[in-house]
Design a protein. Structure first.
Length: 640
């Protein structure tokens, strides 16, 4: 068999279509085999040994045994480790095709064997974490993305917990559960209603950037699939004039930009913001001390969103020394010296201005020697242009908005009025102490929780608040969604902004980790003490198989896992490809695996369609959903 394997490698590697980075690509080999690709069959037939192994002679016809070929490639070349050998041994197959060989990968699930704990040190944050990725083919997601049943409804305001009698789009919402499935659940109610999505996803880097309790070192291609699944459904949630803002660092920024161009379309790209979140720079970097992160902005439709301006700072206001209040102004140079400022580029804006120092008359007519002739010439003697064309200039003169002062004897400077503005257009680089994630993220959160460190590397609340301020209506009631909820900075920022401009914006936060109760929701509860008229509803996707996911991941040894398996056989929804008796018959092989591989295997036996209870099956007594929860779900989905 080893000789056959060696011969197969030597033969297949001659086909350039099958080689990626110098190695054979299993998926491509199997794809072409299943398609009965003529060139591949010719290559295989060129070897007598391979022809004998993978072809059968029927009368005068040579028939390719594609099932045998696929099985051989899968088992021998690409599944060498003990876990996958065991997995194949018990036969997770459908019609003799291995589950891992499905042609299309459409979804990725992140799993994690630990949670972020309070009081972590920086070194603790760097610990290694397990990422269990499982891909599902189209035929295995028939129920996965259906809306889910919600449960454990609770409502909180400044006075504490209240009873939940209804849940509408007027409520702030914190939703616990897998964020992809949460998004599809929200889609039923919030499709095209979200004004702004702000997310801070896992950055796919190790070390200090590990800001989330998902494993932050995904395989690159897996990370892109993980993001694409979520971005595609989030686009459906955006209103016609909606915007999505995605925080990211250098590791994946360029790739995320290309992915977003595909999902949201390139013409909807608004811009990239650079925020200095660590002024001192990271001390762990080998070369440049990184001090910044990015935020990518995309709209639902090109040109649809409106952007708000930032309020002028006290320093900016102090420059407008003429006039008072809303009528304050300053004089600015009428000479244009920036881009497109030459007569060749703007011929209509190169002309002489005439000024009478005695009468103060400003005109475009040469009325004699008493009038100074002023051309747009810069300090180096180079010809430039004026900021306005002659017609527009005369309108400003008529309104008293042009001023001429003497620079040196016989040299004149033309000025145009610059009235004070209500705000200024935000720049693409944000620098300032308020964006420091340490001072206004980590330290702020510690203050809220009485000095206890409950979360690593939260964003500066001001960085998030300013993003929300740009793309939501001032004083309005827009909905803001964050489906990587983390410590709840986005929800807190919404409340802070509402307090500043008397707005009624709503937040929706999705988070699947257990700290959503102890950190995220708890933070907002504490914040509500300063917001007397505000409340939020907490709810969870109702667990089905997810209960067993949790038990598997919490198990500390093989004995505990075998107890979980016994329970799974009785009440879990197992994959239709799984035969429990075959697993029981190979108990010794299972016990020989590492604990991690034992966990991964048991997770692979669960039906992913039933991680949570589908809303369509809410009245199935198998799930034991209470009458109260059924009534609230019906109200949530508008079917009461």
């Amino acid at each position: 068999m080893n000789d056959t394997y060696k011969k197969l490698v030597e033969t297949l590697i001659k086909d350039e279509r099958l080689v990626v980075d110098g190695k054979l690509a299993k998926n491509k080999v199997i794809e072409l085999a299943l398609q009965m690709d003529v060139d591949l069959l010719k290559i295989l037939r060129s070897s007598k040994d391979l022809c004998k192994t993978f072809f059968q002679q029927v009368d005068d016809v040579l028939i390719f045994d594609k099932t045998k070929f696929q099985s051989f490639v899968s088992n021998k070349q690409f599944l060498p480790d003990s876990f996958t050998e065991y997995k194949n041994k018990i036969g997770l197959v459908s019609d003799k095709h291995y589950l891992t060989d499905n042609e299309e990968v459409v979804i990725a699930f992140p799993y994690k064997d630990c949670v972020l704990e309070g009081g972590q040190t920086q070194e603790d944050a760097k610990r290694s974490e397990v990422f269990w990725n499982e891909t599902l083919a189209p035929d295995e997601v028939d129920k996965l993305l259906e809306p889910k049943t919600l449960s454990n409804f609770r409502k909180f305001d400044s006075k504490g917990e209240q009873s939940v009698k209804d849940i509408t789009t007027e409520d702030n919402l914190i939703l616990k559960g897998n964020n992809l499935l949460s998004l599809y659940t929200l889609k039923q109610k919030y499709k095209e209603k979200i004004k702004l999505i702000y997310i801070d996803p896992p950055y796919n880097t190790s070390g200090d950037s590990n800001t989330f309790a998902y494993n932050n070192t995904f395989n690159h291609s897996t990370w892109l699939t993980f993001m694409k699944n979520r971005l595609k459904v989030s686009r459906d949630l955006l209103a016609d004039d909606g915007v999505i803002a995605i925080a990211i660092d250098d590791e994946e920024q360029a790739y995320l930009k290309v992915l977003c161009d595909e999902v949201f379309r390139r013409e909807n790209y608004i811009g990239t913001l650079v925020v200095q979140i660590k002024p001192s720079g990271r001390t762990t970097d080998t070369y440049l001390a990184t001090s910044h992160e990015y935020v990518l902005f995309y709209s639902k439709n090109p040109g649809a969103p409106e952007i708000n301006f930032f309020e002028l700072t006290d320093e900016q206001k102090s420059q407008y020394k003429e006039g008072d209040g809303d009528q304050a102004f300053k004089w600015r140079d009428f000479l244009r010296t920036g881009g497109f400022s030459t007569p060749e580029e703007r011929p209509n804006s190169f002309y002489p201005i005439y000024f009478n120092p005695k009468t103060k008359e400003i005109t475009l007519e040469n009325k004699g020697k008493e009038y100074a002739e002023i051309f747009p010439i810069d300090s180096t003697g180079k010809k430039r242009v004026w900021r306005k064309t002659p017609t527009s200039f005369l309108e400003h003169v008529k309104e008293g908005e042009i001023n001429i002062v003497e620079k040196n004897k016989g040299e004149w400077k033309v000025q145009i009025i610059d009235r004070i503005k209500k705000g200024f257009r935000p720049k693409s680089v944000w620098v300032g102490s308020k964006y420091d994630a340490s001072s206004h993220g980590t330290k702020l959160l510690k203050e809220i929780f009485g000095g206890e460190k409950v979360f690593s590397f939260p964003k500066s609340i001001y960085a998030v608040k300013d993003v929300i301020a740009l793309f939501t209506e001032q004083g309005g009631d827009d909905i803001v969604l964050d489906f990587f909820g983390g410590s709840g900075t986005t929800a807190h920022a919404v409340l802070m902004l509402n307090e500043e401009d008397k707005g009624k914006r709503k937040f929706i936060i999705c988070e699947q980790m257990d700290y959503v109760e102890t950190v995220t929701a708890e933070r907002i509860k504490k914040t509500l003490k300063n917001h007397k008229s505000t409340s939020f509803v907490y709810a969870e996707l109702t667990k089905a198989n997810q209960l067993f996911f949790d038990k598997i991941q919490d198990s500390k040894n093989t004995k505990e896992l075998l107890n979980v398996w016994d329970e799974m056989k009785k009440t879990a929804f197992l994959s239709y490809k799984v035969k429990p008796e075959e697993i029981d018959a190979t108990k010794k092989d299972f016990e020989s695996l590492s604990l991690e591989d034992q966990q991964k295997f048991l997770i692979s036996t669960l039906d992913k369609n039933l991680l949570y209870v589908p809303y369509s099956e809410i009245e199935d007594k198998t799930y034991k959903v209470s009458k109260e929860d059924i009534a609230l779900n019906n109200k949530f989905y508008g079917r009461n």
